[in-house]
Write a protein that binds this ligand. Structure first.
Ligand code: AHR
Length: 511
């Protein structure tokens, strides 16, 4: 049996829950846009071509902000191609994903879709093949009220009112040799600084994200962030982080512990930001936008079913990296959300990549149904229940050895306290593959009054850790009621099944 004791003190707080921590990402890649969120002619599509079945699942999942239009795609993209009368828009080659881009969906369509989904737009600009001029033109087009060249073009294209996009990414993964327009840190740092300056001259209210490392294994990780921020600290508000994880060679214990790597990765970027801040004598604080994270099975790409890049023919919306997520993946996704929340004082934006079909929590078939992957559930519960203040927990858990990370806690947990609504939300993972975990949660300064809800995602009846939702069995993995949970003498006691992720809500008062 696995044991854990968790101590929660009302006064040990990290930060407010950042509204933008539960973000997602829509890239013009594979079937995320076309036949994902947008499919004119689909039985559920509205007059704009937005799939209502997908929209309903997006609303249920609850992302607060959605990054668009890429990703690698954006580094070769001309935003002007995606505005104006649809039948006059050019068809282009997208080199990043070896795809034909029809431009039937562009900025206006995305802004309309975001309004329908009730999410904030996070717009990425192309700093791969383009520069300062195109960046400031796009801000003028999107945010200037009218009476100028670009803002009047927006009005002629049907949007009288400005879009009011506040959050902008200054390019994507430009440290990566695979990126169209790959740059050195110096080249990018200067370009980001000048683009940021010009964009803020058009609209000073915008917030800007500089490109950080594409992952922690990049040879330039650390020095890239340092150089870029040394140039652009004053002009930007966030630096990005990206990380994708997968199970390697059946080493499931290390895979279940990958949030340890995420924690360390974040701590490293925070340290680098603060070193530049100190050395430059800056007063303002730059924070982190973790704008791509997820489980992604990158080995095994380039198969016939899951082509990655070079294929023989150029196609529109090919199936790309449509990973099916298992119970194991969902538990890992839950722990990634824990890691992001634990760091909510510095990680103020985070986007799970991507939203539909492409390594996504939501799947859809062309002309067919849409369904939730197993990984949908931790996101959906946390985006709805994590409210108020993030609490700093003291967790004392039994540990298990892992090849990559040494001894790792079997129980991983985070909590938020919403004083106004009198609610404590607890999110817990049991990483043990074999054992139940008995967890005792002692509260200081808070008294537990009643259990409001307790749900768990675990291996389904008759299934195993690889069980996943599919077109034929879309509800195989989901949440069920967590049975063994109760309040004893003001403390919360629960038993978590092996390989599980749970969300528990307790009514609390100050004590
Ligand atoms: O999300 C898929 C891809 O992963 C994105 O286009 C890119 O930014 C990252 O490498």
């Amino acid at each position: 049996m696995t044991h854990a004791r968790i101590t929660i003190d009302r006064d040990f707080q990290v930060a407010d829950v950042p509204h933008r921590l539960f973000g997602s990402f829509v890239e013009h890649m594979g079937r995320c846009v076309y036949t994902g969120i947008f499919e004119p002619g689909h039985p559920t599509a509205d007059e704009r071509g937005f799939r209502a079945d997908v929209l309903e699942l997006v609303r249920e999942m609850g992302p607060t902000v959605v990054r668009y239009p890429g990703g690698n795609f954006v580094s070769g993209y001309r935003w002007e191609d995606g505005v104006g009368p649809v039948d006059e828009r050019p068809v282009r080659i997208d080199g990043a994903w070896h795809t034909i881009e029809t431009n039937a969906f562009g900025l206006h369509e995305f802004v309309d879709w975001a309004r329908a989904a009730d999410v904030e737009v996070m717009e990425a600009i192309n700093l791969g093949t383009r520069g300062v001029e195109e960046a400031r033109a796009l801000v003028e087009y999107a945010n200037h009220p009218g009476g100028t060249h670009w803002s009047d073009l927006r009005r002629r294209n049907g949007a009288e009112d400005p879009f009011g996009i506040r959050l902008w990414c200054l390019g994507n993964e430009l440290d990566g040799p695979w990126q169209i327009g790959h740059k050195t840190a110096h080249e990018y740092g200067r370009l980001a600084q000048e683009a940021a300056k010009a964009m803020k001259l058009v609209d000073p209210s915008i917030e800007l994200v500089a490109v950080g490392s594409s992952n922690r294994q990049m040879p330039t990780f650390g020095s890239w962030e340092h150089t870029v921020l040394t140039h652009a600290y004053d002009e930007v508000d966030y630096i990005s982080m990206h990380a994708y994880y997968q199970e390697h060679d059946g080493d499931v214990r290390s895979f279940l512990a990958e949030a340890v790597d995420m924690d360390e990765f974040i701590d490293g970027v925070v340290a680098t930001i603060d070193a530049v801040k100190a050395a430059g004598g800056h007063r303002k604080q730059v924070d982190i936008s973790f704008d791509e994270w997820n489980v992604w099975y990158q080995t095994g790409l380039d198969t016939d079913d899951q082509p990655h890049r070079v294929q023989e023919s150029w196609r529109t919306h090919p199936r790309l990296i449509e990973d099916a997520y298992s119970v194991t993946d969902a538990v890992v996704v839950g722990t990634f959300l824990h890691s992001l929340l634990r760091h909510g004082d510095r990680v103020r934006i985070a986007n799970q990549a991507q939203l539909v079909n492409v390594i996504a929590p939501i799947r859809s078939e062309e002309g067919g149904p849409a369904w939730r992957q197993a990984s949908f559930w931790p996101f959906a519960r946390m985006s709805r229940m994590a409210r108020g203040r993030i609490l700093r927990l003291a967790v004392s858990s039994s540990t298990a050895p892992t090849k990559r990370y040494g001894d790792v806690d079997e129980v991983d947990a985070v909590a938020t306290w919403d004083e106004e609504r009198g609610r404590l939300a607890l999110f817990l993972a049991n990483r043990s593959l074999e054992d139940d975990a008995d967890v005792a949660i002692d509260l200081h300064g808070l008294a537990a009054r009643a259990l409001l809800s307790a749900e768990v995602l675990a291996v389904p009846e008759g299934g195993d850790r690889h069980s996943a939702n599919t077109l034929d069995a879309p509800d195989r993995v989901g949440l069920r009621s967590l049975e063994r949970v109760g309040i004893e003498d003001g403390a919360v006691r629960l038993t978590l099944p092996p390989l599980s992720w749970s969300a528990v809500e307790v009514e609390v008062t100050r004590s």
